[in-house]
Design a protein around this ligand. Structure first.
Ligand code: HEM
Length: 433
């Protein structure tokens, strides 16, 4: 087990290399490393939120899951208003004994908090309801179409209609990701249709990937290993993982949904819940609508799932973080980086996807703004671009974006890359921060 820290933490993440790594083992590792003294840590304070869990407006789950960990990044990213910070003081019981494990900063005059103040003001003066309603309309339509096209695939027994049903299922699942980042709401359950559970994604995606992208703390990186290895480290990938993954990668893409479910049955069966039955509503509707025999229903449904899984991975892995020009663990980064700047260094947006509300919602668009303000509806984010660009200019950073196609090419180059960059090559134009 390595003992040195990582580019953004003093300690190497416990249990990262466990052969049984899951969302729950990631949380377990955080409890071992975070110096939260069995309670909740925010910056250098220890808080007892036991009495607040039930009353948390974002839902009890977020706080239940994170008990015993440092929630600084989660707390900062999930609240735009000043109310949570004021409320938090009520629950402080002492200063933490150890320094924080993570070295990312949230200085008041730093990039992230400056931008957040501007966003807070802007949100008071813009129409957020209309774009949010449009997102709801898109999502609900995709949900209905998921069932309709699945039935159509069964009736027609056409591979093309089956692939269309898979496409719709993926678009519905990605849209529902807009909802599981927020307070509990029914649309977050749409995500479960694809065999992955929204609650587990709140851990691997919202709490791990969003807060520490491309680092050793990012579960979306570690769960891909040893088959898909994006970190530039010759110790974790050989020639097969670097180049042959270009060929076997798409096959893996197709099995992700099913394998996540199987993994849950094997490794996390204690966490099985009623909502894990949601994916089975699709074949049930297919059966009830047509009366087809069991084998035909299951075969058609599995074909839809494989198509959906392929497209989901194609969209997800090429959304922002694996362009070979962005920072991955091992590459030099700024010391004590502002959290928002670290997010900028590890991401690159997609100019083509960002142009449309529908594609932003269904292709993980407006990626950087979504990462740093995950509780805002995807449809609202475009309106925040002026404040985002203004703050970037002020901090002398540039906004980086390229096409989706370039991301796909670059992601493959990143799979092959093994040389970490020894000089900081983020998006900074000057040394000023
Ligand atoms: C793991 C840490 C936490 C996470 C992930 C989290 C997440 C969330 C989410 C998702 C929402 C709903 C946002 C929306 O839908 O607009 C929310 C709202 C809220 N949370 Fe948290 N929360 C955390 C910790 C806390 C703590 C420690 C406090 C205060 C003691 C707090 C106070 C609030 C308040 C007051 C709201 C209402 C919205 C607002 O005024 O900003 N949260 N939180």
């Amino acid at each position: 087990m390595p003992t040195a820290g990582t580019s953004i933490s003093r300690k190497y993440p416990s249990l990262r290399n466990s052969s049984k790594r899951t969302q729950y083992s990631w949380l377990e590792g955080r409890r071992l490393d975070d110096g939260a003294e069995g309670l909740w840590r925010v910056h250098d304070g220890i808080y007892d939120l036991t009495d607040f869990v039930e009353h948390h407006p974002g839902g009890r789950e977020w706080l239940e899951m994170t008990k015993g960990t440092d929630i600084t990044e989660a707390f900062e990213a999930h609240h735009i208003s000043e109310i949570p910070e004021k409320l938090l003081e009520k629950f402080k019981i002492r200063d933490a004994k150890e320094p924080r494990n993570f070295t990312l900063t949230f200085k008041d005059d730093g990039f992230y908090r400056t931008l957040k103040r501007r966003v807070r003001e802007k949100l008071k003066n813009i129409d957020t309801a209309t774009p949010a309603k449009l997102s709801n309309l898109y999502t609900d339509t995709l949900l209905i179409l998921t069932y309709v096209t699945a039935v159509a695939a069964l009736v027609t027994q056409s591979y093309i209609v089956g692939a269309l049903a898979g496409t719709i299922l993926t678009l519905a699942a990605v849209s529902s990701h807009n909802y599981f980042h927020r307070r509990n709401n029914w649309r977050m359950y749409i995500f479960n249709l694809c065999f992955m559970n929204y609650k587990e994604w709140r851990i691997s995606h919202a709490l791990s990937h969003h807060l520490y992208p491309n680092s050793l703390h990012d579960l979306e990186i570690s769960l891909g290993e040893p088959f898909l290895c994006w970190l530039p480290d010759p110790k974790i990938k050989n020639i097969v993982q670097r180049y042959v993954s270009w060929i076997y990668g798409p096959i893996i893409y197709s099995f992700i949904f099913i394998s996540e479910f199987v993994k849950k049955l094997v490794l996390s069966k204690n966490h099985l819940a009623l909502d894990d039955l949601i994916p089975f509503t699709v074949p049930l509707v297919m059966y009830l609508a047509t009366g087809e025999n069991f084998t035909t229903v299951v075969n058609t449904w599995l074909y839809i799932i494989f198509c959906a899984s392929f497209l989901f991975a194609l969209i997800g892995f090429n959304a922002s973080h694996h362009h070979s020009g962005v920072v991955h663990e091992g590459d030099a980064i700024r010391e004590n980086s502002d959290w928002g700047i670290y997010q900028m260094d590890t991401s690159m947006d997609r100019s083509d996807i960002n142009k449309s509300h529908f594609f932003t919602l269904t292709f993980f668009g407006q990626h950087i703004l979504h990462h740093i303000f995950p509780t805002l509806d995807h449809g609202v984010l475009a309106q925040l671009q002026p404040e985002f660009l203004e703050t970037l200019r002020e901090f002398e950073y540039e906004f980086r974006a390229c096409s989706w196609f370039e991301h796909i090419v670059e992601q493959h180059k990143q799979l092959a890359r093994i040389q970490p960059r020894t000089e900081y090559k983020g998006l900074v134009k000057t040394k000023k921060q």
